[in-house]
Design a protein around this ligand. Structure first.
Ligand code: X8Z
Ligand code: ZN
Length: 531
């Protein structure tokens, strides 16, 4: 938001731009492409050694300061303060209920992917009934699993829905990816990106200096300067992220006429959902063919399952991660999880909710949450879980407006809908965005979808054909759905080497006394404009 009503600060020393840049370019690629168990394990472990473990002491101080700020603002702790924009007394219970509705689908997918990984790596690495080793899922945090699509593909030989090779072959550039996205927004009668966006945004990793590469969108609050920062790589995943970031900018553009205090999303999850809603159309084979990224579109059940699998490896696999990140932080900020248990509490959640395990035993000398950008950057995360639920509700409503989805017509299922060029859909979305936070989110939700609640049944509906297929497939192979283990994943003490491996630099990074409070205030002012 543009006004800084709430005192917020950021302990920016926690972010080492150099490390983040290297993560982006090298380690992400290895996690994405390597199928070498040992190499993946090494990279997974060393990234945590270089990042998370180094910030554990800083994070202790940070939590104390964050809670102090939250108390000054009238909240019990920082976790409670984060829930303020959702305007609900039952928010945590509501999230738990949503996750409970989505878990059965996730568990089917988990069982299927575990079998595919077992076939790839062997039973000595991936057991039949255990959690999945976290480093085999194509992503540093196992938060979305699309990069193992080629291992998990249900039907070889059907249309390849990951169009990265076509993008490379057609000499796509970051600029072209942003232009494609801009054109989609324009086709909906939404606002195109202003000239300043194109001149001031950073859409490629600069050669001459290191920057924090994690993608973000910025509202400079002067009504004309809006920028994205993204070290775009020519991949389909980044094409989706381009739409995600432009969605933030579109929101800024639509609510720029609002008084400052309302220049933010209906709730933070809505802000995260806008670009993803468009991307749900962009990713359909029909749309990819329209923009020349697919030569032939197979229109049969097997091709459908391939497509839905690719989508599920992004959307469904993300849900437990999106849910657990702040479950961990809520209990850290409230003190329910004491400092001495931080890392093992993290692995409890990773095991119980995601069904994954670390490739090597972890201890309280490690600090694995700190290896994920949003923890040291202090970006709340439940917004993404909310987004992944509501984006399907928005998609459904817009698809109906576009005449692309009819619940009574089996030839128009939700997952095939493409709202491209539908001004009816675009105008309805624009009406929601224009509101900013001037009305309570259930009202904004009702204006677009007719319902006032977050509703997990729409994702279930979108993925229904895949869920049925997964249940049959898992049954056919006698797969155990769920996970169990006797292994100890995390211990309260660790090997001696772990304790002394990296010298703590906490004291050298923390400026003394009131100076750092001033610094935090300035950071807070700057960062409150970022999404
Ligand atoms: O951080 C982001 C966006 C910027 S708001 C790129 N996302 C989360 C992540 O990368 O962990 C989008 C999906 C989840
Ligand atoms: Zn975002």
């Amino acid at each position: 938001m543009c006004s800084t009503l709430i005192l917020l600060f950021l302990y920016n020393n926690l972010l080492d731009p150099l490390i983040t840049t290297r993560l982006q370019s090298d380690l992400t690629r290895i996690l994405r492409t390597s199928r070498d168990y040992g190499e993946l394990q090494h990279v997974w472990k060393m990234w945590r050694h270089a990042s998370g473990r180094r910030v554990r002491d800083h994070y202790k101080l940070f939590v104390r300061l964050a809670n102090k700020a939250a108390k000054l603002n009238g909240f019990d702790n920082m976790g409670d303060m984060w829930l303020y924009p959702y305007e609900s007394d039952t928010f945590r219970e509501d999230m738990e209920e949503l996750w409970g509705q989505l878990r059965p689908l996730y568990q089917q997918l988990h069982a299927y992917v575990r079998r595919k990984l077992r076939e790839q790596y062997g039973e000595q690495y991936v057991s039949k009934r255990g959690p999945i080793p976290a480093h085999l899922l194509g992503n540093m945090w196992s938060q979305s699993w699309n990069e193992v699509y080629s291992i998990a593909i249900p039907y070889q030989g059907k249309s390849h829905v990951d169009v990265t090779p076509q993008m490379v072959q057609q000499n796509y550039t970051p600029r072209k990816m942003f232009e494609l996205s801009d054109e989609f927004f324009g086709s909906l009668n939404l606002t195109k990106m202003p000239p300043e966006f194109w001149t001031e945004s950073i859409i490629e990793k600069p050669k001459e200096r290191d920057i924090i590469c994690h993608a973000s969108a910025w509202d400079f609050c002067n009504g004309k300067d809006f920028r994205v920062k993204q070290c775009t790589v020519v991949t389909m995943k980044d094409l989706i992220t381009v739409h995600h970031e432009m969605g933030h900018i579109e929101y800024y553009l639509q609510y720029k006429h609002q008084p400052e205090v309302f220049r933010t999303g209906s709730n933070p999850g809505f802000h995260e959902a806008v670009g993803d809603v468009l991307a749900l159309s962009v990713a359909t084979p029909k749309h990819l063919a329209k923009v020349g990224l697919l030569d032939e579109v197979h229109d049969d059940d097997e091709a459908d399952i391939n497509f839905l699998m690719n989508m599920a490896l992004d959307k469904i696999t993300f849900l437990p991660f999106g849910y657990l990140m702040d479950n961990w932080r809520w209990d850290v900020f409230s003190g329910k999880t004491p400092e001495k248990d931080w890392n093992c509490a993290w692995w409890n959640l990773r095991y119980n909710i995601q069904g994954i395990k670390p490739p090597v035993q972890r201890s309280e000398f490690d600090f694995d949450p700190g290896a994920k950008y949003h923890i040291p950057a202090n970006v709340p995360y439940i917004r993404y879980f909310v987004s992944y639920v509501v984006q399907f509700q928005f998609h459904k409503a817009l698809c109906m407006k576009a005449g692309q989805y009819d619940p009574q017509d089996p030839s128009k299922p939700l997952h095939k809908c493409d709202i491209y060029q539908s001004t009816e859909a675009g105008n309805a979305l624009g009406d929601l965005l224009k509101l900013g936070s001037s009305v309570k989110w259930p009202e904004a939700m009702a204006a677009l979808t007719g319902g006032r609640r977050m509703d997990a049944s729409v994702i279930r509906e979108y993925f229904k054909p895949l869920e049925t297929w997964l249940m049959n497939d898992n049954q056919k192979h006698g797969e155990f759905v769920g996970w169990e283990t006797d292994e100890v994943l995390c211990t309260s003490d660790g090997p001696r080497e772990a304790a002394t491996g990296e010298p703590s630099s906490a004291t050298t990074l923390v400026p003394a006394g009131p100076l750092y409070l001033l610094l935090f205030l300035l950071m807070g002012l700057l960062l409150s404009h970022r999404s």
